[in-house]
Design a protein around this ligand. Structure first.
Ligand SMILES: [Zn+2]
Length: 131
């Protein structure tokens, strides 16, 4: 006896730039207890030098849970600052703040420009009580 498989997969056409972010990749789905995540970045040429640039990036429950920020260093192509594991660890431990240095994914590349030092500070607000 053969089972009749007549299921057809209809490819849904998505216009460029109009793709929907899958719900599973939103902050609210991945981390339901999180109300907001704020990443502060401070770029220094050298650790002792004045600040070159300050950035603040906010994530909300409706934001995609992609914590890979564009590097922003001049001439750095496709560089990224990946906070994924840092943020995952903080949320796991229910930490509200953390700081340190972040290294661009391209910095190991010998052709990458001088990145100086990038410090980060992360603040996480938790909106729902943990059980
Ligand atoms: Zn970079």
């Amino acid at each position: 006896m053969t089972k009749k498989v007549s299921r057809k997969y209809q490819a849904t056409r998505v216009e460029p730039g109009k793709e929907k972010i899958p719900v599973s990749s939103l902050v609210s789905e991945r981390y339901p207890k999180v109300a907001s995540i704020v990443i502060h970045l401070t770029y220094h040429q050298k650790a002792s030098d004045p600040v070159l640039m300050i950035r603040t990036v906010n994530f909300f429950p409706s934001s995609p849970a992609i914590f890979n920020l564009v590097c922003m260093i001049k001439d750095c192509v496709d560089g990224g600052l990946n906070f994924k594991s840092i943020i995952a660890k903080m949320i796991k431990k229910h930490k509200k703040s953390g700081s340190g240095k972040i290294v661009c994914s391209r910095e190991k590349d010998s052709h990458a420009p001088d990145h100086g030092t990038i410090f980060y500070e992360i603040n996480i607000a938790y909106g729902r009580k943990s059980n």
